[in-house]
Write a protein that binds this ligand. Structure first.
Ligand code: C5P
Length: 265
């Protein structure tokens, strides 16, 4: 069975499916629950811009994603103020290299205090297994997530790199491979959440970018959905960047998204 080697995933990392059977939470609790599931992507060019955004958002938001743009510009020290202020960090560097190199990168990322880290599922089963093994034995390991197909990719983009499967078929293919390699967390677009949820069962940690509140600009994202729709389909966490960070009032935008999420929870 695919799930034979499933490591139990800490409840706090997958809040979606821990309340099964419990009464519907009161409205304020639902907002609290929404906060636990919203990750703001800090796609900004330097530490000063990140600090300014965090200051505007931290009353409402507890998870922040540091990706390549900010990490390369500001270095690992950009994480320290976030940790000091009690925020949870998703370090989204999407490793894709030979197994030995990725294992080392995963160990280094874990030592920085991130609570979630990413590798590309396309790195293959040996690389995924090495990434997972690199976290074995750590006292408080981050959730390892395999990125399936980037939300910016559509069938034409996949075809251009020689993959003739549809995005959803490719996501499922990679997720099955990841599960067999012992991976229990995945990043996919809102369109594939339901099928991955069916594959992973309730333990799967499904982190979903490509979130666009109704009426907001799509940008370069192709496979998108609203916050409510992604949660309904079975998302554990939502990643939102530009709809919050480029809004005239980021705090107001985050609040509107949290309210939309709270309606579903
Ligand atoms: O601004 P936007 O909401 O599109 O930001 C989405 C974030 O999620 C970006 O930081 C991007 O790197 C990340 N991401 C993604 N698709 C993936 C994995 C991560 O868009 N498959």
């Amino acid at each position: 069975m695919l799930y034979d080697s499933v490591m139990p995933i800490p409840e706090r990392l997958n809040p979606t499916f821990t309340s099964t059977g419990s009464p519907v939470p009161a409205r304020s609790n639902r907002l609290e629950e929404a906060r636990k599931r919203l990750i703001v992507a800090l796609d900004v060019p330097d530490a000063a811009s990140a600090s300014a955004l965090i200051a505007r958002l931290e009353d409402n938001c507890q998870w922040f994603k540091v990706g390549l743009e900010l990490f390369i510009a500001a270095g690992p020290s950009v994480l320290a103020p976030l940790l000091k202020r009690g925020h949870s960090i998703f370090l989204d560097l999407k490793f894709n290299d030979i197994p030995n190199t990725v294992a080392g990168a995963v160990r280094s990322a874990a030592a920085l205090g991130a609570r979630m880290i990413t590798v590309h599922a396309a790195g293959g089963p040996s690389m995924l297994a090495a990434a997972r093994a690199a976290l074995d034995g750590l006292p408080n390991p981050p959730q390892l997530l395999a990125v399936t197909v980037l939300t910016s990719m559509d069938a034409a983009q996949l075809s251009a790199i020689g993959l003739e499967r549809s995005p959803s078929q490719q996501v499922e293919w990679l997720a099955r491979m990841g599960l067999a390699a012992g991976i229990r967390g995945f990043v996919c677009s809102p369109r594939e959440v339901a099928s991955l949820r069916a594959l992973t069962g309730p333990e799967g940690v499904l982190v979903i970018p490509g979130i666009r509140p109704a009426g907001s600009a799509t940008g370069d994202q192709k496979r998108i959905a609203t916050p409510a729709e992604a949660l309904r389909q079975g998302a554990s966490f939502l990643v939102v960047g530009r709809p919050i960070t480029q809004a005239p009032d980021p705090a107001e935008a985050a609040e509107a998204i949290l309210k939309e999420m709270a309606e579903i929870l």
